[in-house]
Ligand binder design. Structure first.
Ligand SMILES: [Zn+2]
Length: 392
């Protein structure tokens, strides 16, 4: 108890609960959060005096969103002063919490920066999401992507892992996991110039995947083109971090990926935002995602924010809808699919007993539209409202 309030509990009033994809959005009801978990859903008469209440006024409540492709590489993340911390909080709010993300998968950043940020969130110094990080992405030998060369000064490039052999790849993965990585990211195809993709040797990729899988860790690949996709599948990766943007010859490979349960993070808007917006370039990328979906392929939501400067998630939801995803499918990509992918049975749905990770959409409609996923009213993690800082 502090200030007369039971700090471990929170009662959400008048929430239209959308428990999981495929279920209807409910009429307004209550949800009691206690000890970081969802304790009760329904009509909660009185949770006891001293339980703080938040009235959601009929807004739609879903499981906490995941963004399965972010980067924590911008300079804002590495500050240490008091002013730097408040800039960091503003950046977390802008990039993650105000977009509804309660869990993020960082597919490449410096572990020193990211581990420090995660610690500040866990100790309550900052409000933020759960961070699952890949540490530094593993590149092909002599295959540092041109855009990384722009960001990373030459004297720091020795830190980027570019193993030449399978043995080297195993050592790199083991060292990344020791440094806090919980997923592995491989550039099976790296754009060394805007026109040229350098492939990773398949034996190197396979050794990295074996080492990760032996430790129960999932592997994402950046495929870029047909060869990068073929190497990713040959090596046995678990997810493609993007739809290949050079789609020539990838149709059969994406169909095979769908059959084998390899997930795809589309990042469709990243291509429009950072490469080109013309239909000749974007059309085939959207079509490739549509084909993957028609083969039963599973999608994890992700934007590549942090590499892409743009924060607004609306264009990504609209592009995914354009490729054939309905609202239930979109909700799955944000909640149940990533939870299942990471074998997290206590997240991904609004269920009694689950972690109280919740995203509140700023709509009262029982039939949300794709763009409603980009209009966020509040974000909760482990039973605490982490965004906005207060609701009156
Ligand atoms: Zn990325």
């Amino acid at each position: 108890m502090r200030n007369g309030f039971d700090e471990g509990s929170l009662l959400l009033r008048n929430a239209r609960v959308w428990r999981r994809p495929g279920e209807c959005v409910s009429d307004p009801q209550d949800a009691l959060l206690r000890g970081g978990r969802i304790a009760e859903i329904g009509r909660v008469a009185g949770a006891g005096s001293g339980v703080r209440e938040v009235d959601l006024s009929g807004r739609v409540t879903t499981a906490g969103f995941w963004n399965c492709h972010v980067h924590l590489t911008e300079s804002v993340w590495s500050g240490r002063s008091r002013a730097a911390l408040s800039a960091m909080q503003a950046a977390i709010d802008d990039m993650m919490l105000s977009r509804g993300f309660v869990t993020v998968v960082d597919l490449g950043s410096h572990p020193r920066t990211t581990n420090a940020l995660a610690r500040r969130i866990e100790t309550g110094q900052l409000r933020g999401p759960t961070i699952i990080t890949a540490g530094i992405g593993i590149r092909p030998w002599r295959g540092i992507p041109f855009y990384t060369r722009i960001i990373v000064p030459w004297f720091m490039r020795w830190m980027l892992p570019t193993p030449l052999t399978g043995f080297g790849a195993r050592l790199v993965v083991a060292s990344q996991l020791r440094n806090g990585a919980r997923v592995v990211k491989l550039f099976t195809g790296a754009y060394v110039t805007p026109e040229r993709v350098k492939p990773m040797r398949e034996a190197v990729a396979r050794a990295a995947v074996d080492q990760a899988h032996r430790r129960g860790v999932r592997v994402f690949a950046h495929p870029s083109n047909r060869e990068g996709t073929a190497i990713a599948l040959g090596a046995g990766v678990d997810a493609l971090a993007h739809v290949p943007d050079d789609t020539y010859g990838t149709a059969a490979l994406l169909a095979e990926a769908a059959r084998r349960g390899v997930r795809t993070v589309p990042t469709l808007h990243m291509f429009a935002s950072t490469v080109r917006t013309d239909a000749d370039y974007l059309g085939p990328i959207h079509a490739a995602l549509g084909d993957f979906l028609r083969q039963g392929g599973k999608v994890l939501f992700g934007t590549d924010v942090g590499y892409m400067a743009e924060r607004d998630t609306r264009p990504e939801f609209e592009a995914m809808a354009d490729s054939g995803m309905g609202v239930d499918h979109l909700l799955g990509s944000l909640t149940s699919e990533p939870a299942a992918f990471f074998a997290d049975q206590e997240r991904g749905a609004v269920e009694v007993g689950h972690h109280a990770d919740l995203t509140i959409l700023d709509t009262r409609s029982q039939h949300p539209t794709p763009s409603d996923f980009s209009r966020i009213y509040a974000t909760f993690r482990q039973g605490r409202m982490i965004w906005p800082a207060t609701i009156e």
